[in-house]
Design a protein around this ligand. Structure first.
Ligand code: PLP
Length: 349
């Protein structure tokens, strides 16, 4: 394998959250939505499969035009400002490919979504991380950051807070390269940086349909950015990156905003109730703008809690990273699932 690029040979694989093969789990480790997608999505997929799947014979629309139109209408921008993607991960990857050449630098907040680092390693880009200070600002962030991209996960994962827009604007001004605001969880939040895309040339917002739209299994994401950025991302993506079923699912999901509002409201309500119950049990729970909470047990022995829940077939996310190993990221499931978690925690003590 002498031909293998050195950085690929040396890099570690990204390990996504565990997906058990057997049934019977309460699965709260990858921030999936506990509710099914909109019935309109299922109907659209069924319609696309009509006549014995006749449509599948043909390539999908390489430009995702209908989905872009619907997304653009929803976000009140021109369709030239929108790109659809095979999960927002595809966009994060292509943003690095488009903006950061080999040896050039990208940065992200540590802790946050570590997949940025994996994607940068594949590209052979340099990686810089910025920690969080006590005010949840980026520690030691330069007045003029000259790296090619800063990835800002907002709402933050796994801590759950949102950066406020005044601070995001400040970062956009301090970044000489691109500022990518990864809004994977924003539909569960009170604030969004979307309006800033028009104000700052270097600002890109990425979104996913995996969480709030219950479509992790379809692999759908999108970005809102200036047309020049969208055009660059259009050049480097696979031309048929979204299949026909994903495209009709995207359109139906984005069009059914009342379904989204109902399920998001339920998740938010369960989140607040669950966080309150955990606090009563002595956990420290960060206020969350997402569909998960970061919960720290009183003795900070999160690993023990993780393992004991695992034995009861309740799956939550434990990170070995020393900055996070004192807590657990627990996705918000149905109220009944969360009640089962609370009952298990009461037994564990
Ligand atoms: C912060 C963040 N960004 C992006 C993603 C990827 O989302 P998608 O399923 O759209 O690829 C995730 C998924 O967990 C995430 O937590």
């Amino acid at each position: 394998m002498q031909a293998l690029r050195k950085n690929i040979a040396e890099m570690a694989r990204y390990i996504p959250g565990y997906q058990p093969e057997d049934g019977g789990w309460i699965k709260l480790n990858t921030n999936e939505n506990p509710y099914p997608p909109s019935p309109q999505v299922v109907a659209a997929i069924q319609a696309e499969l009509a006549n014995g799947g006749e449509n599948l014979r043909k390539y999908p629309d390489a430009g995702s035009r209908e989905a872009r139109r619907v997304a653009a209408e929803l976000y009140a921008v021109d369709p030239a400002w929108v790109i659809m993607a095979n999960g927002s991960d595809e966009l994060l990857n292509n943003l690095i490919r488009a903006f950061a050449g080999e040896g050039e630098e990208i940065a992200y907040v540590h802790p946050s979504y570590s997949y940025y680092a994996t994607l940068a390693e594949i590209q052979g880009a340099k990686i810089r991380t910025f920690g969080l200070d006590g005010d949840l600002r980026l520690a030691d962030f330069p007045d003029r950051y000259t790296g090619k991209i800063l990835f800002l996960t907002s709402p933050h994962a796994p801590l759950g807070f949102s950066f406020d827009n005044a601070y995001i604007e400040e970062l956009a001004r301090r970044c000489m390269g691109m500022l990518v605001v990864d809004e994977a969880y924003v539909d569960f939040a009170d604030v969004s940086a979307l309006e800033l895309v028009k104000k700052y040339e270097n600002l890109v917002v990425t979104r996913t349909l995996s969480k709030s739209y219950s479509l992790a299994g379809m692999r759908l994401g999108l970005a809102i950015a200036r047309p020049e950025v969208v055009a660059a991302l259009d050049k480097i993506r696979d031309h048929y990156h979204l299949d026909r079923l994903a495209l009709v699912a995207a359109v139906a999901a984005l069009q059914d905003q009342s379904y989204l509002e109902t399920t998001v409201a339920r998740v938010r309500e369960t989140r607040e109730w669950f966080a309150g119950e955990l606090r009563q049990k002595g956990y420290r729970v960060e206020p969350s703008q997402t569909n998960f909470v970061f919960a720290v047990p009183a003795d900070k022995d999160a690993r023990r809690v993780y393992e004991t829940l695992f034995e009861r077939k309740i799956l939550v996310r434990y990170f070995t990273d020393p900055l996070l190993a004192h807590g657990l990221r627990i996705s918000i499931g149905t109220r009944q699932e969360m009640a089962t978690v609370l009952a298990a925690l009461a037994e564990i003590g």
